[in-house]
Design a protein around this ligand. Structure first.
Ligand SMILES: Nc1ncnc2c1ncn2[C@@H]1O[C@H](COP(=O)(O)OP(=O)(O)OP(=O)(O)O)[C@@H](O)[C@H]1O
Length: 337
């Protein structure tokens, strides 16, 4: 059985998600201990628990330690299944972090998979759903992954209730060399629910002004909704880079727009091809693809290092960091060919 130290690197939820995803895909049982040891409340939180439950569902796994606060989990997958799955996180836990657990193994299932996931679509410390649709999936489609995401409702903190439908086709992933960064036009979505339309409009206008003042063209659409939860946010992207921000009570819409624009601009200042987040998200996919994947990143983060650690336990030394060039080279094992 593969053993993973959950306190490695940033010691957060990422190690657990990558470990469980690779366990489902390879069929190898895994034990993860010291789970989220470096977090103020160590062990499984609801979002992590739901991610493991989702992985259990698609792989018919036998799981030990599946409860809130648990710092050790043993996951023994049986057989990967395609089909229809419904996952209700119950809170505003991130739907995109659930996807980080189930997407990779579902690409290896014999049949197509359809997920309906209910929770937070735009919540702190996780990729906004528009980032996944427009940045993560753009990179995954270069690796030939067949994934489609539809957002039916948005879910914000604290009520959640956002709904996404995701279809995943069995795919033979291939490595890809991502070249230098190139940005023609910045795109974006500014959204709000149960708030006046001017909230989304002001977020978009403020972001556009910042981006245009730096010489970029920006096309930002507005989405004004009446969903179950109340909130707002904006996600911007260009090439393989993104920037986003969320509204909060007492925070002016203009500040939200400016924050997202500044986050994207900071990434665009670097000549790297990927932003720091995409650079960790793509690693497990590239590691199982056939052939080599290469990209530069604005930063070699702890999340990337801990993903490399987990990948090494399952697949050997396939990830290499060139610290000077800030380049990640992944020699894929061709498990999906
Ligand atoms: N603004 C953002 N845009 C895109 N991706 C993001 C953003 N913020 C976080 N992410 C991604 O979300 C994931 C978060 O992983 P992390 O381990 O921090 O989360 P977690 O499960 O909530 O863990 P913990 O609570 O233990 O920190 C990473 O893949 C990271 O790249």
């Amino acid at each position: 059985m593969i053993r993973i130290d959950g306190s490695y690197g940033e010691g957060g939820g990422q190690i657990l998600r990558t470990a469980v995803a690779l366990s489902c895909l390879t069929g190898e049982a895994v034990e993860v201990y010291n789970i989220r040891a470096n977090r103020p409340k160590p062990g499984l939180a609801m979002q992590h628990l739901k991610g493991i439950e989702a992985a259990k569902l698609i792989s018919d796994a036998d799981v030990e330690g599946l409860k809130i606060g648990s710092t050790r989990v043993v996951f023994r997958p049986r057989k990967l299944n395609g089909g229809k799955f419904r996952i209700d996180i119950g809170t505003a836990g991130s739907v995109t972090l659930i996807l980080q657990t189930v997407l990779l193994p579902s690409l290896a299932a014999e049949k197509e998979s359809f997920f309906e996931i209910k929770g937070g679509t735009d919540v702190k410390w996780s990729p906004p759903v528009d980032y996944v649709s427009n940045v993560t999936l753009k990179a995954l489609s270069a690796l030939k992954a067949g994934v489609k995401i539809d957002v039916l409702a948005r879910g914000y903190y604290p009520k959640g209730g956002g709904v996404v439908r995701v279809s995943v086709s069995p795919s033979k992933l291939e490595g890809f060399e991502f070249s230098e960064f190139d940005c023609d036009i910045i795109k974006g979505i500014s959204h709000c629910s149960n708030l006046p339309a001017h909230v989304a409009e002001r977020q978009a206008k403020a972001a556009k002004e910042v981006l245009e003042s730096r010489g970029y063209n920006a096309e930002i659409s507005c989405e004004v909704r009446r969903d179950f939860s109340t909130g707002s946010g904006i996600t911007l992207w260009c090439g393989y880079k993104g920037g986003s921000a969320l509204g909060e009570r007492g925070k002016r819409a203009e500040i939200v727009g400016e924050e997202a624009a500044q986050m994207l601009l900071k990434e665009m200042e670097s000549k790297a091809c990927f932003d720091v987040h995409l650079a960790d998200q793509i690693m497990p996919f590239a590691a199982v693809a056939r052939g080599e994947t290469r990209y530069t990143t604005s930063e070699i983060s702890l999340h990337q290092r801990s993903n490399a650690y987990v990948i090494r336990q399952f697949l050997g030394d396939v990830v290499e960091f060139d610290e000077a060039k800030k380049e990640v080279v992944i020699r894929g094992k061709g498990l999906l060919s």
